[in-house]
Design a protein around this ligand. Structure first.
Ligand SMILES: [Zn+2]
Length: 797
């Protein structure tokens, strides 16, 4: 419930209500904080018996029944169940055995107070499930309910602090497999397919309830006494064989480590995971049934160190969530960052010993600082902990501040307290709140008791204040026992340190020089690009090299006027090609070739990239997998419009994976040389149905807005902004920001900047969170515009 100005009459009424203990609870869309608090105070002991019948045909509806039992402490108010669907999807409701005189108001199914009793209650609902969070594909589906999307599928109490048990029954087509939070109890034939019944789940939050069903292969393994199940759809047998042992072993290592660190055995009934093609995120930590983006776990040949480490970190991250998030859950989604920061933090501790050859301080630096700065430097920067009046805005809590800045904060917090005492505090916290919920202040209180520092004040700056300035001005962030490279803020840097013998210093210098370039307090774009070419030539550390290549690509495409880029192209092509041939390690060869293919602009450079991609030229020790080839094909098709059609056709002909073929089919119009085809494709994205596989949409947007096409594509910016609100409602949590990044990231023109400013100026009452997301995503555009303008003014060319 939002608190607005109250009229005198309302004050009197609410005063009267309060005096007899019957404050009226309003019915609002979403799940308001007031509703959540009221329900958490009055409802307990919840169990859902949920049955769903899933037909093979995508256009047939999923019919369901849910029998909800719970204890009620106050039966004076109507009961609000969350169901974000139309009223006609509810077929019948009974409350405590009798047909209910329910109403359907603003995404809630409301059962009258007269039908409820204090104590045990039972509400049964027959309904047609909403499909928007069921991710229905031709041969499979999977639920993804974080943060508040369970209520799009079936009626329930959708808030993290009303943990419940689930008895799930799925009727699915013969030949399909299913996985859920709890072990499978039995399978038998039924009228509409095969009935899979699962045993009662552990006590879990609604956003962690999940199932996957479809045509999957099942791999069962017992690793050191742990039974684990993996579902996948990979058709490349060799690829699978190359990866499968490592995937299981990484999970086992993570589980062992977490049991040891937390002092708590794996807390749930079973452990399994499903590899989903084109999954929206890296992974999602559903209790006992983790979902992963298949391509993040099934790596192509010769993966880079970064990829290997990325996979190990992702697995450790999701596994850590079983304790941090699933066993102890935030009370409300404003503290979603606590589970994310713990998962990241533990993942680093788990993974590091497995990669003794990697410098982990360096890895932490390159994985967190650039990402944190990318938002914290902007006018739209948010604090780590934000206000959240309604769960329907919970998706907007997520972003680089949670995933990148919060880990930096946590690392400094551990340094401040000391590793041993930090671990004691974490154990105390987990033990105190197991199978329950906790807030950040509750954790800080435990940690504060273990420290002589004033952790509350420290937390106020780091956690409650947005931007780099507050931290920089109030805390000496280099003094926390980890040295200068880990200072947080806009830190001065010296170009000479790019040649430091210490690789952490070299990486920090790259990061800080780039920040100063963007702030226009450091080197100019041309000067720095020349330095980067030197770094690429001599750098031997892959993580530093990768950071340099990322910067080089961004500067080359967005921070140079076109004439400067044309001038640089032959030089950079040569540097990247020759450096690639000089390195014998496959992973370095690959990242250098990918950078070469991404920046090639001269006819020779493009022909060379195309010939390697097509196989006409072969380069020793350079192995490109199907996903790599698809990526390269797209960026080549954009820069070789005359060959675009042939390139796409060849890529389709050589693609084996059926999910990749569907993706190519979807993306193809975004690669067309004909602007009319691209316009039509862009227009089609206004329809929610065409945005259902978000990763495809983002790849297509990257093609539409490729830097060589910005003049033709700038017209898409305004309609893309106009669509943002709808995208926030219909899309998954990362989609609004990614949609904006893909839309704005390559522009540097005055007109593009004016379009964004104008959009915001004309909408003073626009949603605050979305305004911040726009300001975050447009930051690069605003800075790029002024950097490019300044070169035009000072450069006589
Ligand atoms: Zn996570």
């Amino acid at each position: 419930m939002r608190v607005g100005p109250l009229s005198a009459t309302l004050l009197i009424i609410s005063g009267l209500m309060a005096s007899c203990g019957k404050a009226p609870l309003t019915i609002d869309p979403g799940v308001s904080l007031a509703l959540a608090k009221h329900r958490a105070a009055t409802i307990s002991g919840i169990n859902y018996e949920l049955s769903l019948t899933i037909p093979e045909e995508l256009d047939e509806t999923i019919e369901g029944r849910v029998n909800i039992t719970f204890e009620l402490g106050d039966a004076s108010q109507p009961l609000q169940l969350d169901f974000r669907e139309s009223a006609d999807r509810v077929r019948s409701v009974t409350a405590n055995g009798d047909e209910s005189d329910y109403r359907f108001i603003d995404e809630h199914l409301v059962v009258p107070a007269t039908e409820l009793v204090i104590g045990h209650n039972e509400v049964r609902i027959d309904f047609t499930a909403g499909s928007s969070s069921l991710n229905r594909n031709p041969e499979f589906l999977y639920t993804l309910f974080v943060p508040d999307r369970a209520r799009t599928a079936f009626p329930l109490f959708d808030q993290p602090d009303l943990k419940a048990t689930f008895d799930l029954e799925l009727t699915i087509p013969a030949g399909w497999t299913a996985m859920a939070n709890a072990p499978l109890d039995d399978v038998r034939e039924s009228e509409n397919g095969m009935l899979h019944r699962f045993v009662r789940s552990d006590l879990i939050s609604s956003y962690l309830f999940s199932f996957v069903a479809g045509k999957f292969e099942t791999v069962n393994r017992n690793v050191d006494g742990r039974q684990m199940t993996m579902l996948h759809r990979e058709t490349d047998k060799e690829k699978l064989a190359r990866n499968v042992d490592e995937i299981f072993s990484l999970h086992a290592t993570a589980l062992d480590w977490l049991e040891e660190y937390t002092g708590i055995d794996y807390p749930f009934d079973k452990f399994g995971f499903a590899l989903i093609p084109d999954f929206q995120y890296g992974g999602m930590e559903h209790v006992g049934a983790i979902q992963y983006n298949a391509s993040r776990l099934l790596l192509d040949e010769a993966p880079s160190d970064t990829r290997l480490l990325g996979r190990a970190s992702l697995i450790a991250h999701e596994t850590a969530h079983m304790w941090f998030g699933d066993l102890v859950t935030m009370k409300w989604f404003n503290d979603v960052w606590t589970k994310e920061v713990f998962a990241n933090f533990m993942a680093a501790k788990i993974v590091n010993p497995q990669f003794p050859d990697i410098n982990h301080d360096l890895n932490f630096l390159v994985r967190h600082y650039p990402g944190a700065y990318s938002v914290d430097r902007t006018a739209g920067a948010n604090a780590i902990r934000q206000d959240l009046p309604n769960l329907n805005e919970a998706g907007q809590m997520y972003g680089a501040i949670i995933y990148n800045k919060a880990p930096i904060m946590m690392r400094k917090l551990e340094k401040l307290i000391g590793e041993g005492r930090f671990r004691e505090g974490v154990r105390e916290y987990l033990a105190a709140f197991s199978f329950g919920n906790a807030t950040w202040p509750e954790l800080i209180e435990i940690l504060d008791g273990k420290s002589t520092e004033d952790l509350r004040a420290w937390s106020d700056t780091w956690v409650h204040t947005p931007g780099r300035d507050a931290v920089e001005s109030q805390w000496d962030t280099s003094a926390e026992g980890e040295g200068g490279p880990f200072r947080y803020g806009l830190v001065p840097a010296d170009i000479a340190d790019l040649e430091s013998p210490d690789e952490v210093v070299r990486a920090a210098t790259l990061i800080n020089l780039y920040e100063n370039l963007l702030a226009r307090t450091g080197p100019g774009a041309v000067e720095y690009l020349q330095e980067l070419a030197g770094v690429v030539r001599r750098e031997d550390n892959e993580l530093v090299l990768e950071r340099a290549l990322t910067q080089l690509r961004t500067i080359y495409w967005t921070l140079l006027p076109q004439e400067a880029r044309d001038e640089f192209a032959p030089v950079l092509e040569q540097v990247l090609w020759e450096t690639m041939l000089r390195h014998e390690e496959r992973s370095k060869r690959k990242i250098l070739f990918e950078a070469f293919a991404a920046i090639a602009l001269t006819p020779d450079g493009l022909a060379r990239a195309r010939d390697v991609w097509s196989g006409a030229t072969s380069v020793d020790a350079l192995s490109l997998g199907e996903n790599d080839l698809i990526g390269i094909a797209q960026s080549l098709a954009v820069r070789l419009p005359d060959e675009a059609k042939t390139i796409v056709e060849l890529q389709v002909a050589r693609t084996e994976n059926p999910d990749n073929l569907r993706k190519l089919d979807f993306i193809a119009p975004s690669l067309s040389a004909d602007p009319a085809v691209r316009n039509e494709f862009f227009a089609s994205l206004a329809d929610e149905v065409n945005r259902s596989t978000e990763s495809w949409v983002l790849e297509a947007l990257a093609n539409l807005h490729h830097p060589v096409r910005t003049a033709a594509s700038e017209r898409y910016i305004l309609p893309s902004l106009e669509l943002l609100r709808e995208i926030q409602v219909t899309g998954d949590i990362f989609f609004p920001k990614r949609w904006l990044d893909a839309t704005l990231g390559n522009y540097n023109s005055t007109s593009a900047a004016a379009t964004v400013r104008g959009f915001l100026d004309e909408r003073p009452d626009y949603n605050t969170q979305l305004r911040m997301k726009i300001l975050q995503a447009a930051d690069h555009l605003f800075r790029a515009r002024s950097i490019v303008q300044s070169q035009r003014r000072t450069d006589p060319r």
